[in-house]
Each structure stands twice: as C-alpha cells, then as structure tokens.
Design a binder for this molecule. Structure first.
Ligand SMILES: Nc1ncnc2c1ncn2[C@@H]1O[C@H](COP(=O)(O)OP(=O)(O)O)[C@@H](O)[C@H]1O
Ligand SMILES: CC(C)(COP(=O)(O)O)[C@@H](O)C(=O)NCCC(=O)O
Ligand SMILES: [K+]
Length: 279
C-alpha cells in the first residue's frame, strides 16, 4: 500500500492506495497535530510500503511525522516546491516559499488541462494560475470560510455553513447574525474567486479551465457560475505526478481526475468583468 498524506493547517488528510491495482482502499482525516498514533490517527503502517507527503504545517510537525514514518516504512517522499517541475515553472520570486499544497495542485491541474486556474478552499483560499506552456504566474491568498468567521468573534464560529444549502439562499441577505455572517463570508469568497479568475484571464488574454479542491470546495462550487470542476484529490494527484509508483501513475493516469471543465469564451469573461465593474 501507498500512504498519501496531505497535512493542511486545519486537517491532515490521508488515503491508502493499492500499488498493484492503483485503487484507493481507505481514507480519513484528523486535526493537524504534532503527535501521530499509527493505527489510530493514521493507518497501521505494517501494510505501507511507501509514503508521499505534502505538508504546510509547522516544520516541527513535518519533522516528527517523517521521523515516525521512517521507523517503519522504507520509502518516504516529502514534496517540496521547486523552480521547475513537470513542465511548469514556478512564478514565485523564491519558489521554495510557495505552499507545497498549492504547487501540488498546480502540477496536477497542469497535467490534466495544460494550463488552468487552481483554487484550494481550505483554511485559506488560494488561487494559482498556470498558462498553456507551463508558466505559473503566482496567485492569491485570502482567509478561508472558517477563518473569516472566526475573525469576527460574533459567537457564530460553531454555526457552520450547511454545505447542502442552495447557493441562492446563501447569497441572500441574512436576517439574523448567524445568517448575516455566513452569507457575508460566502458572498466574499465566491465573489473573490469570480473576480480574480476573470481579471487574470482578461489580463493574460486566455480563458483557463477552473479547478477547485479543499474542504470547502463543494460549497464554494455551488455559488460559482463560471464552469469549473471539483477535484477533491488534486493535491494527492500532484504527489502521484511527482512520485509515480503504480502502473497507472506511471502512465500518467491521476486518481479521481474530473473531466477537464469547459472553458467560457474569453469575450464572455470580459463582458461579465466589465459589467461587474460598472456596479
Ligand atoms: N468535516 C470537516 N471538518 C473540518 N473542517 C471541514 C469539514 N468539512 C469541511 N470543512 C471546512 O474545510 C476546511 C478545511 O479544509 P482543508 O482543505 O482540509 O483545509 P487545510 O488543508 O487548510 O487543513 C475547514 O476550515 C472548514 O471550513
Ligand atoms: C497559503 C497556505 C497557508 C494554504 O494552506 P491551507 O489552507 O491549505 O492549509 C499554504 O499554502 C502556505 O502555508 N503557503 C506558504 C505561503 C505561500 O504560499 O505564499
Ligand atoms: K488552501
């Protein structure tokens, strides 16, 4: 089995993948922490032959995790952001400073589409752009839905947005504090994704496929009118592309990849941008 780990600021996600069949056997998530208990927090390591890690947690969390895993598993790959990988050149002045979860998303998105906007809706909402040809432009970071809510300190932090609510309801004016906060942060996240996507496509003169991942991807997706695809395993797919271990991965087949989403005509993106700037 391969153990894939995606350690975010809030949640550490794991999945077990069968080397022979390339199938996902199990998956889970725990709050990001320093102490891991194999068999409880992460699967029993007896069945694990190799580990691949993407981590944006504190360096000490990564160090302790790697130390623990190396005691029992022969192969431990730790992904790092780099100036260039898999045909993509990193847009950061200091590529090592780009969050490796963003880099994994960019690499996976580029493998799937040949140029895209990748959005990761987690503790932070990050947006990255990579052009056809492989030039990553850099991106944007805003607080995620939960962080935005916590920062208000209005006693609404434990009242989560119901991911099954209709987007139309979530975008309507709220009639109590909980609703006003939930609808406000939802509106700001969805508008930011919309506007940033349109601005960058406009300035670069190219309409890019839009891909979403992260814990809040599904709920953000419901409010977006731009065609897009949700790819829950996008960070894992970056790990697969960087460290292919199964036959399917070596053949370039990334697990759980959606169909590349349709791309709106650039003229339509520009028209909606002009319209929003009139308001
Ligand atoms: N079951 C859940 N537990 C915790 N957070 C969740 C859950 N489902 C959705 N979320 C949302 O997802 C966010 C975490 O998403 P994730 O992509 O795992 O973040 P990170 O990579 O920053 O740890 C939380 O901030 C919260 O808004
Ligand atoms: C921006 C992030 C905090 C997002 O992390 P996440 O929300 O996925 O936990 C992470 O990618 C990070 O720590 N990046 C380093 C700074 C940067 O990318 O510029
Ligand atoms: K994120």
């Amino acid at each position: 089995m391969i153990l894939d780990l995606d350690i975010g600021n809030t949640l550490s996600k794991w999945r077990l993948k069968d080397v022979a069949s390339s199938e996902i056997r199990s998956r889970g998530a725990v709050w990001t922490r320093e102490e891991w208990r194999p068999g409880a927090d992460i699967p029993d390591l007896d069945v694990v032959e190799a580990v691949r890690i993407s981590s944006v947690a504190r360096e000490s969390v990564l160090r302790d995790t790697v130390t623990l895993l190396q005691r029992q598993v022969g192969v431990v790959h730790v992904a790092r952001s780099a100036p260039e990988a898999l045909g993509v050149s990193c847009g950061y002045d200091e590529p090592g400073r780009l969050g490796v979860d963003r880099w994994m998303g960019v690499l996976a998105g580029y493998q799937l589409t040949g140029g895209c906007c990748s959005v990761d809706c987690g503790s932070a909402i990050t947006m990255d752009f990579v052009l056809p040809g492989g030039r990553h432009l850099g991106g944007y970071i805003i607080p995620g839905l939960r962080l935005m809510k916590e920062s208000l300190k209005l006693g609404t932090r434990n009242v989560a947005i119901d991911p099954d609510s209709e987007a139309d309801e979530l975008l309507a004016p709220g009639c109590n504090t909980v609703e006003a906060v939930n609808h406000g942060i939802y509106m700001s996240a969805v508008s930011a994704v919309n506007r940033i996507y349109s601005e960058v496509c406009d300035r670069e003169g190219v309409a890019l496929p839009l891909l979403l991942t992260g814990g809040d991807a599904r709920v953000v997706s419901r409010g977006l009118r731009i065609p897009h695809a949700v790819w829950p395993d996008m960070v894992y797919a970056g790990l697969e592309a960087c460290y292919p271990l199964t036959a399917a991965e070596r053949a370039g087949r990334l697990a759980g990849a959606p169909l590349p989403p349709p791309v709106p005509p650039l003229e339509k993106i520009r028209a909606s941008l002009a319209f929003s700037m009139l308001l």
